[in-house]
Every structure is written in C-alpha cells, then in structure tokens.
Design a protein around this ligand. Structure first.
Ligand SMILES: *Cc1c(COP(=O)(O)O)cnc(C)c1O
Ligand code: SF4
Length: 352
C-alpha cells in the first residue's frame, strides 16, 4: 500500500486544515533553491554531486513537501527529474523555440489571453512554488504583465465587454501564489460580470505545496455563484501521497469538480505502468484525469520529449487497462488551432 492511503485513514482532515492556515507562506519561503543542497538532502555525497552551473534564468525551486516524496539516492527519481536542472537544458535543438505557442498573438489585454471560444485565461502571476524543468512558460515575459490590482482593470473590462466569454481560467505561473485575500478580490470582481458562469483554477500548488489548500480557499471555491473547477497538475503517482493526498481529498470532498492534467515526459511517466498508476491514484482521490499533454517544443526541454508514436502506443494500452473515465485525452497544443488537438490512435478510429 502506498503511504498516502495509510495516513489518509489515520489522520483526520480537520487536523490537517488546522495545520495548514497561512503556513504555506512559510513552507514556500523555506523551499530549496540550491541544487547541491537538494542532492545532499537526498543522500548524495559531495563527490557524487557535480551539478552543472545552470538555471540562472530559471533557477531550481522545490518545496520541502515535494522533496519528501522523492526516493533518496536515486538520480532517476521521477520527481527529482522534474525539478533538477541538468546540462541537457543548454543544448540547442532545432524546432524548440522560446515562445513555442505564439502566446503573444492571443493577448486580448495585459494579462489576458484568449485562444479558444468562450474561455479566456488570466495570467495572475509569473510566480510558481516549483520550477518544472519542462515548463512551457519558462520564457514567458511575465515582467510585462500587470502587478498591482488596479493594473488588472483593463483585463476585467475586456471580459466585461465580451459576452461570448463564459469561463475564466486563472493561471500563471500559479494563481495560488496570490494570498487568499487578493484572490477573493479577483473572484468578487469576476462574479460581478453577469455573463461569466465558470471559474477554472489551473494550479500545481495542491501537488507541490499541499499547505496551500487552505480553508479560506476552499470556502472561496464553494461560496461563489460561479461554478468552480480546479485543474491540478501531477505527472507521476508518487506525487499523490502523504500530505498531498490529504489536501486533494479535502478539495474533492468539498464538492468542487477536480481534474488533472499531466505532461508526457521522457524518464518521468513514459511507461504504461506509471500512467496506469497515475490514473488509478487520481481516481482514488476523486480526481478525473483530463489531459495528457504532448510536450510543447520549448527551448531547453528537448530531452523530455516522447515521440508521438510512443504516446499513441501508451494510450492504446491505457484504454485496454483502465475504465473509460480514467483515460485522459492525449492532446497537442498547436498554434492557430481552435482547440487542443486530440492525438488518437488509428486502431481506435478504425477497428479491425
Ligand atoms: C489550454 C488553454 C485553455 C483551456 O482549454 P480547454 O480545452 O478548455 O481545457 C484556455 N485558454 C488557453 C489560452 C489555453 O492555453
Ligand atoms: S507549476 Fe506549471 S507554470 Fe509553474 S513551473 Fe511548473 S509547469 Fe510551469
């Protein structure tokens, strides 16, 4: 049995919520920023640590809680691989670009992106609690986005003027890096726009910094007239244990629709057992696997790429092994397309 299940049964949820409070800011301040320290914490000796001088622009950042879920002395640990800067990042690979998604084209107002009909995305902050090495926003020009609350007004006004928009995605960076107080202000402002119906939170904080699932935030999700949807981001079943499992359980038990998106990553989750395990864990916790993303071709991430044919083969196996509701949609983000493009195995379209 995985440790998370045991502790779920043993610890009460209210005990966890008392502990959480505003502790997340302290957990964040104490997050690890030095690769050598991270490796030392995982039991590697000084001789074994020869981490390259890297990541000046996108430095290492990993909270203690996430570190605790890594296996000591395993340089191939799938959680470690997601956060540790390695020399491969410096390689220039043809086809991997700074703004792979041409996001600049979709800017409707400062901090507001719209690519798809009916939905618009607010880039609330550039900050995250973890720096994922494969991140498609690692080169995003966050410094050009609004900072103070008043700076957001043009984005809110643009939403107000466009009655075709029914759903706002809160993204970043990670929207949960804002305090509950600031988030409440944002939610209140969005609620005041009559044609908005849904508020979708795209966040990795419940996974990497579970303390961030505060009662105040849960209250915000359930007390607004807007239907709340939370999309978390976990890539490997080992992420979904211990304090993270408790926090997710608390989130799903609050009745909020919760989905997961993952990125298909070489050396992290490109094995059928891992993907089956991920889906099973998510379903255990009441979370629906939503998307499995083909890696966006962003400079510095080529070593994480899994060929689409491999992805399709993995998907065919997932369909055989899992109930339909536990199979994510395998998608690729393609500039100019009106939706995320589903990647579908031929054999599924044309049965023998
Ligand atoms: C991914 C994305 C969405 C959401 O797409 P769904 O298919 O609705 O999940 C919306 N806006 C932007 C800019 C996106 O990148
Ligand atoms: S949490 Fe999301 S936005 Fe932040 S670094 Fe990771 S993948 Fe990128």
């Amino acid at each position: 049995m995985v440790p998370g299940i045991v502790s779920l049964a043993e610890r009460s949820l209210s005990e966890r919520s008392r502990a959480a409070g505003e502790d997340w800011r302290r957990s964040l301040a104490e997050a690890i920023r030095d690769p050598n320290r991270l490796l030392a914490r995982l039991g590697f000796t000084a001789e074994e640590i020869r981490s390259p001088k890297l990541g000046q622009q996108f430095p290492l950042l990993v909270p203690e809680s996430f570190l605790k879920r890594m296996q000591p002395r395993d340089i191939n640990d799938p959680l470690l691989r997601q956060v540790l800067p390695i020399a491969d990042e410096d390689e220039e690979v043809a086809g991997f670009k700074i703004d792979a998604l041409d996001e600049a084209t979709y800017r409707k107002a400062p901090g507001l992106l719209q690519k798809y009909e009916g939905r618009a995305l607010l880039v609330l902050t550039g900050a995250c609690a973890v720096h994922c090495r494969y991140c498609f926003r690692r080169h995003y020009p966050y410094s050009q986005e609004p900072k103070r609350f008043d700076d957001w007004e043009p984005a809110f006004a643009a939403l107000e003027q466009d009655e075709s928009i029914h759903e706002v995605l809160l993204s970043g960076g990670d929207p949960l890096m804002l305090t509950d107080e600031r988030l409440t202000t944002v939610v209140r402002r969005l609620e005041s726009i009559p044609h908005l119906r849904r508020l979708r939170w795209h966040t990795r904080l419940p996974i990497v910094l579970p303390d961030r699932v505060t009662l105040e935030w849960l209250d915000m999700l359930t007390s607004t007239r807007l239907t709340s949807i939370v999309v978390v981001h976990a890539n490997h079943p080992h992420e979904l244990v211990a304090d993270c499992a408790l926090a997710l359980r608390q989130l799903t038990q609050s009745g909020v629709m919760t989905l997961n998106q993952a990125v298909l990553l070489r050396g992290v989750n490109d094995a059928v057992e891992t993907l089956v395990g991920l889906s099973e864990r998510l379903i255990d916790l009441g979370i629906k696997p939503y998307y499995l993303h083909q890696l966006d071709r962003v400079a510095g991430t080529a070593h994480f790429e899994v060929p689409e044919e491999t992805g399709l083969r993995l998907m065919a196996e997932l369909r055989q092994r899992l109930p339909g509701y536990a199979v994510p949609q395998y998608v690729r983000e393609a500039p100019g397309q009106p939706f995320k493009v589903p990647l579908v195995e031929r054999s599924q379209l044309i049965p023998d």
